[in-house]
Write a protein that binds this ligand. Structure first.
Ligand SMILES: Nc1c(NC[C@H](O)[C@H](O)[C@H](O)CO)[nH]c(=O)[nH]c1=O
Ligand SMILES: CC(=O)[C@@H](O)COP(=O)(O)O
Length: 139
């Protein structure tokens, strides 16, 4: 049993609830413990994971959120920088699955977040599980 922290950017509540449901189910079905930490937006996710990792309380992390393209360049900043921050944590050796959707519209997000459709929350949880297994293999 490992302890996982889901860090969710609660920018689009209804979409996040679906991502969380998928991720939680995947982790709990695999026998792991899950806690949830909520931050305002995708840009806060990497920093929150970094702070939680310092506590030493968690073996793995799942980043969840939705970034939907608006009218300005802001989309590129939020989507790119959140992914860059999460990748930096991964390269530092943390087991982090990235389930922050970066989409053109809400319809694309629903298909991807819905556990009955593409279930990207579970996909991110499975990625975190895979990285944790690799960490343990080379420990
Ligand atoms: N536009 C979206 C954001 N923007 C907010 C930022 O993530 C951040 O919270 C703010 O700039 C304060 O630092 N966040 C999302 O998760 N999704 C979006 O579509
Ligand atoms: C992440 C975004 O791009 C979005 O929410 C911001 O929208 P806008 O570019 O229309 O200000």
């Amino acid at each position: 049993m490992a302890r996982f922290l889901i860090v969710e950017a609660r920018f689009y509540e209804h979409l996040n609830d679906m991502l969380i449901a998928g991720a939680r189910e995947a982790l709990e079905n695999a026998g792991h413990q899950v806690e949830i930490l909520t931050v305002p937006g995708a840009l806060e996710v990497p920093g929150a994971i970094a702070s939680a990792a310092e506590s030493g309380r968690y073996e793995g992390f799942v980043a969840l959120g939705v970034v939907i393209r608006g009218e300005t360049f802001h989309f590129e900043i939020v989507a790119g920088e959140s992914a860059r921050g999460i990748m930096a944590l991964t390269m530092d050796g943390l087991a982090v699955g990235n389930g922050i959707l970066t989409v053109e519209n809400e319809a694309q997000a629903i298909v991807r977040a819905d556990p009955a459709q593409l279930n990207k929350g579970a996909g991110a949880a499975e990625a975190a599980l895979a990285l944790l297994a690799i960490r343990e293999k080379f420990a």
